[in-house]
Design a protein around this ligand. Structure first.
Ligand code: AMP
Ligand code: ZN
Length: 473
């Protein structure tokens, strides 16, 4: 297939420890999987880093191959012991917690300008799979691994036999014996080897569980990504991403599971480095822990958060500081006024595109943008500048003012949630007329609703008009 006209993309592959030219398996369907959040709490500022980094990559791929030729899948982990603990401690149901947290995540990530994952540019819902909707696929994959001798059942558990996969450790560059020495492996009497990890574990009556050949239980963490990536992206796909805290054990285990099941799995592995705050690891005890929502509520525009993130290369540790926040705000104000009234020109500046294509060199892209900003003379220049910013996901909301879109959305979330509660009640009472009235009204105000037996997930869309909610009260 001809690749003329296509700009060359180079990506640093954790697996080979080199920057490599990126060549998709199928240019008509470039496929990426990124590990998403465990949904039990607000996303902290560190969680936004992979979302923003891989959003830039998604935008780049869409620019180069066309939006309808890019598939980006990011999961929601909605079965996890942290979620169970949160439910037990708060007295709320698990499905309430996961539905609410999923909605929060989508809102907060929209506020920092992240496009929703999509299948060939469409079908956002399927592109953001919830683990609990894929238990059948996980069970089938575990059965297959047992049959092939890579896993074994023991006392209601199923364990992956790590020593059966000779390349285990290749991604993180460690041998199994080094890993045993360095890792906090759980020693359990039913394990053949301390390195073996859980694919399935038993659930008691108070814990969510599904029937399986090994009794009622639930999946271990790693199997969901292998099963969902296979179901949604096929035997092999192009890019797998996540934070570098996931390299070991999570990604190492994903590879072992998928390769032993006979899948090709991912060609290129990308990992972002961690975010710190004012030079220190973020932690609740140090008092420097905050969520994306905390910042938005303090009036920090989502685009400022995004800009600060992109000013450090994704493979370097990044430090969130008050100083950077203030500088970013100043720069964005200036750029906004420079592009006031400008129309987007289709062709972005090629040097900026080239910087992003060079392993997502966003700090270089930003320094080039400073130079372009200083050279703006007329509307033409301003329009081209605006369309260049779009590559980084900046400037989309400037027509309404940076702050406005976010504040407008958040001021009215209280009312929105009240109406959703009413909708839940109407549904539980089988009052379908009232349920339809609410559902249609909320949808017409620009909120997408995903209604299932587990609850209701809401997504505030760009054209959200809160005034339309008032009449529904
Ligand atoms: P979790 O919900 O903890 O599994 O994290 C979701 C995503 O956020 C994963 O891709 C993590 O690698 C990433 N992540 C968590 N903490 C940080 C941090 N401090 N800096 C950057 N990424 C992080
Ligand atoms: Zn994963």
């Amino acid at each position: 297939m001809s690749t003329t006209n296509k700009i060359a993309i180079n990506l640093y592959n954790t697996k080979t420890r080199r920057k490599e030219p990126f060549t998709p398996i199928d240019e008509k369907d470039v496929r990426m999987y990124v590990c998403g959040p465990t949904v039990y709490d607000r996303a902290h500022i560190g969680n936004a880093r992979p979302v923003i980094v891989f959003d830039v990559l998604n935008r780049l791929l869409r620019h180069v191959y066309g939006a309808e030729h890019v598939t980006y899948v990011r999961n929601f982990t909605d079965v996890d012991d942290k979620i169970n603990a949160r439910a037990a401690q708060s007295g709320r149901s698990i499905s309430d917690i996961t539905a609410e947290t999923t909605g929060w995540f989508l809102e907060d990530m929209a506020a920092v300008g992240a496009l929703q994952p999509s299948i060939r540019g469409k079908d956002h819902e399927r592109a953001m799979p919830r683990a609990t909707a894929y238990i059948g696929q996980m069970v089938a994959m575990i059965e297959d691994l047992i049959e092939k001798g890579h896993a074994y059942p023991a006392e209601g558990h199923v364990l992956f036999r790590v020593r059966s996969y000779s390349e285990y450790g290749a991604l993180s560059g460690r041998s199994v014996d080094d890993m045993i020495a360095g890792a906090r492996v759980e020693v359990a009497p039913f394990k053949e080897d301390p390195m073996d990890f859980v694919l399935w574990k038993p659930s008691d009556d108070a814990t969510p569980g599904w029937d399986s050949p090994w009794g009622r239980g639930r999946p271990g963490w790693h199997i969901e990504c292998s099963a969902m990536a296979h179901e949604l992206l096929g035997e092999s796909f192009d890019i797998h991403g996540g934070g570098n805290d996931l390299t070991f054990p999570h990604h190492e285990n994903e590879i072992a599971q998928s390769k032993c099941a006979g899948h090709g799995f991912a060609n290129v592995w990308l990992h972002n480095e961690m975010l710190q705050v004012e030079g220190k690891k973020m932690s609740k005890s140090l008092g420097n822990f905050f969520t994306v929502r905390d910042l938005l509520e303090q009036g920090v525009p989502g685009e400022v958060i995004r800009f600060v993130m992109l000013s450090t290369h994704y493979r370097k540790p990044m430090d969130w500081t008050e100083k950077k926040r203030a500088e970013a705000e100043k720069t964005l104000r200036k750029w906004q006024s420079l592009t006031d009234g400008a129309e987007r020109r289709r062709r972005p500046h090629l040097d900026v595109l080239a910087a992003i294509s060079d392993d997502l060199n966003t700090p270089k892209a930003i320094s080039l943008l400073h130079a372009h900003a200083n050279a703006i003379e007329g509307k033409e220049d301003a329009g081209r500048f605006l369309s260049t910013l779009q590559l980084l996901g900046i400037g989309a909301k400037w027509r309404d003012g940076v702050r406005l879109a976010v504040e407008n959305a958040f001021d009215n979330v209280g009312l929105l949630d009240e109406l959703i509660e009413k909708l839940k009640v109407a549904r539980s009472e089988k009052n379908w007329e009232e349920a339809d009235r609410l559902k249609n009204g909320i949808t017409a105000a620009g909120v997408k609703l995903m209604i299932s037996n587990d609850g209701i997930v809401r997504e505030i869309e760009n054209g959200f008009d809160a005034s339309k909610l008032e009449t529904l009260k």
